[in-house]
Design a protein around this ligand. Sequence first.
Ligand SMILES: Cc1cc2nc3c(=O)[nH]c(=O)nc-3n(C[C@H](O)[C@H](O)[C@H](O)COP(=O)(O)O)c2cc1C
Length: 159
Amino acid sequence: MIDGTQFRRTMGHFVTGVAVATSRLPDGTPIGLTCNSLASVSLDPPLVLFCVDHAATSRMAFLEAGHFALSLLAREDVEVSDRFARTVPELRFEGLAVRTEATGAPILDDALAWLDCTLWKTVEAGDHTVIIGKVETAGFREDGDPLLYFRGRYGTVAP
Ligand SMILES: Cc1cc2nc3c(=O)[nH]c(=O)nc-3n(C[C@H](O)[C@H](O)[C@H](O)COP(=O)(O)O)c2cc1C
């Protein structure tokens, strides 16, 4: 069987964007984590997925809230990506401008694009849970370059 490090390093050659997946605890407290496992699944109905590690503290909140948002990050959002990956959950939203659209999940105001979803289905897959959402509303900025992730490092591409 392939060694985990070799698998991770190999997949690191698949260039991705970077997003922050967000939802809320039952008391309304916003939660979120950085993710790059996002993929478009279906056009009709419009479905997207991301995968959350069983070890992630926010995993149950995503399952219980029944909704989530994905904010796609721009090139200037390295600090935002790092804080949603590394700092304690209580500090992740500090000083960040957020708003809500259809579901009540927090959406980062400066995101390059965003998707607001109701939970459609979850699938247990190894040490992750695949979270599939039905896109209720979505939008994007007309300007800005994306934050990319490649070989464990951030980058960007300017068209
Ligand atoms: C670029 C990048 C992509 C990531 N993608 C994912 C992902 O798709 N799923 C995941 O569960 N964690 C991912 N992580 C790790 C989480 O962001 C990190 O473990 C976070 O602290 C989890 O937060 P929580 O434990 O508060 O839920 C990623 C981290 C980085 C830096």
